[in-house]
Design a protein around this ligand. Structure first.
Ligand code: MSP
Length: 674
């Protein structure tokens, strides 16, 4: 057995998103938080399974498809890809993606349902009441008019023969569960709410629908489809192989953590454990329900027209800035206001002036006073080390005991607050020691080196501690210091002062968080939002990049497109040979922040291509991905590295950010595009 198999396991999930509309910052929130937890757990040595996916059945989806004039299948294919593309663009490190229209999911739902039925918990009955098709919620068992408590829309009358689930049989066991595992529902105030709801008595719920056609057929009664929440919740099992790949399922189930928004707590903390109990399957270890991101005082939601999207933010100030802002400004678990203005203020103060500035200053001083090589600690007096070391330990807390604790409790704002206190501590230390003043006398060289060693060591620790929240930026700064390996491979729980390997050569490079001009950036974001909201920008563009300009470095991307009415003949077009390629490996091009060197299998050979996509795509995200390659371009050199071909991407927004072209269907490598 390899070492990897001995690692402890951690399975966490996001809700699966309705494949119905383009995700906004509110929907990205749960996923960004889950990604932070996944990265943190990996840095603690866990083998992490991280599931996300799309919820693709139900009346709501069927109606939206009809409105868009497409079949439900086309509709969900399109939007599932939109979600996946966004998670890829945002660098989400999910390991599993489940679609509820997949066959493996169908098998899992049948299995769970039949186990519950065979145990006597499913029976046929007659349902009459009010149902909200938007939230898939049985709102009332009376037909009296009532609004949905979640979205406020009028609930509709349903009256039909259904299969019922004996939820009432689980009241005692559920209460025992909340009692014996206080962490099953977090935060604690939400547990109290759920407890009160269950104590008030549980009624059986309908788990099939006859009127809905777009759903999973009931196992032996195809006139019915499975209730969409029974279907959706089972994705947490099907996503890791339930009833399909038992070894994998046994490896990861039960989930350690379901991360959800507060409005779906009843489904996760009452229905879901009851469905599992009925089928005699183990229960998840815990559910954490976070609050809502409010925008203009209301829950961000497309139907209310008050949405902000993640892409414009990611493409102007970077996805790390969005992560930092959300995790720092909104105490996790509570509602929080989202504002672009506050985000940019945080960006400039904490990232550009805070971490970014500390890193650039330290790098610049190492270049200037130490010949660009991270100095050795023994060069200075060891007593100098103590104030900074002690200071960092005091403010960041001994990371061994404290910071992982904050992350473990999902108290991200406290974790970041303490890391940022240590950043200002290092700032003060440099101001106090003044290497620039010491440099006036060459007799002080050893002292300068000791000070800069200290600062670099403090930064090394700060980068590791903040990596789960700032995965891209910390890696880039790490590389600027010339440190080997990847930040994600460092153990966050085994940090110790003095582990820095001196002697690496620094490359200051571009600022990782350049300061931005407030108004101008707000305008840029607003323009990109408009672009997204345009009808043609919604579903089709992310996955239909046929005529998009190539992801070449900035210079090439800036070439003006031909005049709109300058037509070319088919002969001209056929001169361009495009093929489906598959990325074998990818790495950054040293000293060029935008470039990746990508090895691409184009069918008959593996080509080396340099692509200007590094600001948006992480090298490891690309491996295995199918891309479109122009194969008959003249080879050329970029930053001294030969590029033999071009990877095609859409160029989006005024910044021309690259979004790779791809296919919804699986296409063989080497196929020609015509
Ligand atoms: N499909 C169901 C979940 C099934 S899980 C077995 C669903 N989908 S959803 O797309 O409506 O919402 C998914 C997640 O996005 C929820 O956790 C929800 O709270 C989150 N958010 C959507 N808008 C949000 C905000 N404005 N703020 C914070 N989170 C929000 O429910």
């Amino acid at each position: 057995m390899s070492n990897a198999d001995n690692r402890p396991r951690f399975y966490l999930t996001t809700p699966i998103y309705y494949a119905n509309a383009r995700p906004h910052v509110g929907s990205a929130y749960t996923t960004l938080v889950a990604d932070t937890v996944a990265r943190f757990k990996r840095m603690q040595g866990y083998d992490v399974a991280f599931l996300t996916g799309t919820d693709e059945h139900g009346e709501n989806i069927a109606r939206a498809a009809a409105k868009a004039g497409v079949s439900p299948r086309q509709h969900v294919d399109r939007y599932s890809a939109v979600f996946r593309n966004l998670w890829n663009e945002l660098g989400i490190s999910y390991t599993h993606f489940i679609r509820t229209t997949s066959l493996e999911h169908l098998r899992a739902v049948r299995r769970l349902l039949l186990r519950a039925r065979d145990a006597g918990y499913v029976y046929k009955g007659f349902y009459q009441g009010r149902y909200c098709v938007y939230d898939n919620l049985y709102v009332s068992d009376s037909t009296d008019p009532i609004d949905c408590p979640v979205c406020g829309r009028p609930a509709e009358v349903v009256s039909e023969e259904n299969y019922f689930f004996k939820l009432s049989a689980f009241q005692e066991r559920l209460l025992q569960l909340y009692e014996s595992q206080p962490d099953f529902i977090r935060p604690a105030f939400r547990r109290n709410e759920v407890q009160r709801f269950v104590e008030a008595g549980l009624r059986d719920i309908s788990v099939s629908r006859k009127t809905v056609k777009w759903g999973l057929p009931w196992p032996d009664d195809p006139e019915h489809v499975v209730y969409v929440w029974y279907d959706a919740l089972t994705s947490y099992l099907s996503g890791i192989g339930y009833g399909d790949d038992e070894l994998q399922w046994e490896k990861y189930w039960p989930a350690q953590l379901h991360l959800i928004g507060k409005e779906i707590i009843r489904f996760h903390c009452v229905y879901w454990p009851a469905f599992l109990m009925a089928a005699d399957e183990p229960l998840p270890k815990g559910v954490f329900a976070h609050g809502w991101l409010l925008f203009e005082q209301q829950k961000m939601s497309k139907s209310k027209g008050n949405v902000a999207y993640a892409e414009p933010i990611a493409r102007t100030v970077g996805v790390d800035a969005l992560r930092y802002y959300l995790l720092r400004d909104v105490p996790f678990g509570q509602d929080g206001n989202f504002s672009h203005d506050a985000l940019l203020t945080r960006y400039n103060s904490d990232l550009a002036n805070g971490l970014g500035n500390l890193a650039s200053r330290t790098l610049a001083m190492i270049e200037q006073y130490c010949g660009g090589v991270v100095p050795n600690p023994s060069a200075g007096t060891s007593t100098l080390a103590m104030p900074l070391r002690n200071g960092i330990w005091e403010v960041a807390g001994n990371p061994e005991a404290n910071l992982p604790g904050y992350y473990n409790q999902l108290d991200f704002s406290r974790a970041l607050e303490s890391i940022w206190r240590s950043i200002s501590h290092v700032d003060h230390y440099l101001v106090e020691k003044k290497p620039w003043a010491l440099a006036k006398d060459s007799a002080n060289q050893a002292q300068i080196e000791a000070v800069l060693y200290e600062a670099a060591e403090a930064l090394r620790i700060i980068l590791i501690l903040s990596h789960p929240v700032l995965p891209r930026a910390t890696q880039r700064i790490w590389e600027q210091f010339g440190w080997q390996g990847r930040v994600e491979d460092q153990r966050i729980d085994r940090l110790d002062w003095g582990q820095l390997n001196s002697g690496s050569t620094v490359t200051k490079g571009e600022a990782v968080f350049p300061r931005v001009e407030h108004t101008e950036t707000l305008e840029k974001i607003a323009a990109m939002e408009q672009e997204i909201l345009k009808p043609q920008g919604t579903p089709a563009t992310p996955s239909a990049p046929a005529a998009a300009p190539a992801a070449q470095p900035a210079a090439a991307a800036a070439t003006p497109p031909p005049a709109p009415n300058a037509k070319i003949g088919i002969d001209d077009f056929s001169k361009v040979e495009m093929r489906v390629g598959q990325v074998k490996s990818a790495e950054r091009v040293a000293g060029a922040d935008k470039l990746l060197k990508v090895m691409v299998d184009v069918g008959d050979e593996v080509r080396q291509i340099v692509a200007g996509i590094a600001t948006v795509y992480q090298p490891e995200q690309l491996v295995g991905r199918k891309v479109v390659v122009v194969v008959n371009l003249q080879p050329r050199k970029l930053r001294g590295v030969e590029s033999n071909g071009m990877i095609v991407a859409a160029s989006v927004g005024p910044e021309g950010k690259p979004v790779l072209a791809g296919f919804l269907e699986d296409v063989p490598v080497g196929s020609r595009l015509k």
